[in-house]
Design a protein around this ligand. Structure first.
Ligand code: SAH
Length: 475
């Protein structure tokens, strides 16, 4: 029985030909069956615990059981401790046989006895005697992910497990359990093959997008109703996703999940290719940045496009550089979505200023030198220095100032800052291409910085940071 083989209506992509496998991972049901363990160490205790979690009854033969094993047997009625050495006939009827022992002869004898009884064998830490090994687990039961390296490197396997662990919200256990329940409830509804397949696709989208909560009965009704009455208009949604400064390692887990549920990704020049690669393979990617020398798509056009796609029922990811709420014009997209009744949510990201601080190895705030940190944009609507900058705040010596979109107006900006009273020796840095290959930094007292930057002719995005707390970075 292939419980987890996709049913035809759930198959999304054709499977590629399978390369060689060191082992065949199987999901083995042991509930209600008996496993025999011989040996009394902590390895035996751990295997017993795992088997009991999977519903097996476990008999452990041990002349000297460890404290852990004794405690386990006291705690778990499904574990029976036999205070004697194992005998070959103990293995009769066992569904799995496990030995923890140092002695090679004992291992050989145990393996022979288990084989005679028809039980697959595992000898702890002796792969040459094993029919099977225990994989490292990510437990979202009934969803279980197993990582196995055939003994090549258990530590590597555990590191991979940790990564997968971080990617799968705890609630996936509830979603997987709901799927089992809903499969039963779907059967009598009389949906055809295509509708069932569509139901499960939408179930997956919903589960992947709703990691922070468990499924609700309402979810089943909505998914099922949408299939039963395909005339019901579906509304998608918009996610304003912070893509960070460029390095995909700086994406949040939530951003990765959003990208992997997207039907459409709207991106612009600030979205680095390696971040875009994290999007679901089937997602349509639309460049709303500069096109072949033409002007960028206007903000109003982008908002309208996102809304139109969401109204078609699509999950639209509007991928932004850095954090969407920092100079990302997010309010305009939020207003457009709300006006059209389209759900919209923000997924925060690492903004250029904090990523630059990390790269420079400095803190933006400082207990003595900078009790305030401010993010400022130095580009007004016409591309020049904006009107209405609060110059008193801009030249406050106790502040670290991060200037976004500030290089073009750098000479004008620094001249004005010094004229308004900023010390010309204030440490200042321009960082180009933060977190990306080809990142450069130009550090100088602020009065000399425009000259330094002009010589270097940066072409990537640049962030200016100045203030006394930057002394370490300017060195
Ligand atoms: N929402 C973005 C900022 C958008 S405004 C964020 O939170 O980072 C665009 C400006 O951000 C650029 O002109 C530049 O000043 C800064 N910026 C964005 N990514 C950057 C990067 N990788 N390196 C340096 N500056 C960057």
């Amino acid at each position: 029985m292939n419980l987890d083989e996709p049913k035809p209506e759930e198959t999304v992509a054709a499977q590629d030909a399978i390369g060689p496998l060191a082992t065949l991972p199987l999901a083995f049901r042991v509930a209600g069956r008996t496993a025999v363990i011989a040996g009394g160490g902590d390895g035996a205790a751990w295997k017993a615990e795992l088997l009991v979690a999977a519903g097996a009854s476990v008999v452990v033969f041990a002349t000297k059981p460890s404290r852990k094993l004794i405690e386990l047997a006291a705690r778990r009625p499904a574990v029976r401790l036999e205070p004697r050495a194992w005998r070959p006939d103990d293995l009769t009827g066992a569904s799995l046989a496990i030995l923890e022992a140092e002695d090679q002869n004992e291992a050989r004898a145990f393996r022979a006895a288990a084989q005679a009884a028809g039980a697959p064998v595992n000898v702890v830490d002796k792969p040459e005697f094993c029919d099977f090994s225990f994989a490292t687990l990510v437990n979202r039961s009934p969803l279980v992910v197993a990582v196995a390296t055939d003994g090549a490197s258990p530590v590597f396997g555990q590191a991979i497990r940790a990564r997968i662990e971080a990617l799968l919200p705890a609630s996936f256990a509830d979603w997987a359990a709901a799927a089992r329940d809903w499969r039963r409830r779907l059967a009598p509804l009389g949906l055809d093959f295509r509708q069932r397949r569509h139901f499960w696709e939408r179930f997956v989208d919903l589960a992947l997008a709703s990691g922070e909560r468990a499924p609700e009965p309402e979810d089943f009704r909505r998914l099922a109703d949408a299939e039963a009455d395909s005339a019901v208009p579906k509304t998608g949604r918009i996610l304003l996703v912070g893509g960070g400064p460029g390095d995909p390692d700086l994406l949040t887990l939530k951003a990765v999940r959003a990208l992997q549920t997207a039907d459409v990704v709207l991106y612009d020049d600030l979205a680095p290719p390696r971040v875009l690669e994290m999007a679901r393979r089937e997602a349509r990617r639309i460049d709303v940045g500069k096109r072949g020398g033409r002007e960028s798509t206007s903000q109003a056009e982008i908002s309208a496009l996102a809304v139109a796609l969401a109204l078609e029922g699509k999950t639209v990811v509007r991928l932004k550089g850095g954090d969407p709420s920092v100079f990302g014009r997010a309010n305009e997209e939020i207003a457009a979505a709300r006006a059209a009744g389209v759900p919209i949510a923000i997924v925060p990201g690492v903004t250029a200023a904090t990523a630059a601080a990390a790269e420079l190895g400095v803190s933006l705030s400082d207990r003595l030198l900078a009790r305030r940190v401010q993010f400022v944009t130095a580009r007004g609507q016409d591309g020049r220095l904006p009107q209405g900058l609060q110059w008193a705040a801009m030249v406050d010596p106790d502040v670290t100032t991060c200037v976004y979109m500030g290089v073009r107006a750098l000479p004008e900006l620094t001249a004005r800052l010094i004229a308004e009273g900023l010390d010309g020796d204030t440490p200042a840095v321009v960082v180009e291409n933060v977190s990306l290959a080809g990142s450069r930094r130009f550090a100088a007292p602020i009065r000399l910085l425009p000259e330094r930057v002009a010589e270097a002719r940066p072409t990537g995005p640049c962030l200016l940071i100045y203030g006394r707390a930057l002394a370490g970075a300017a060195a």
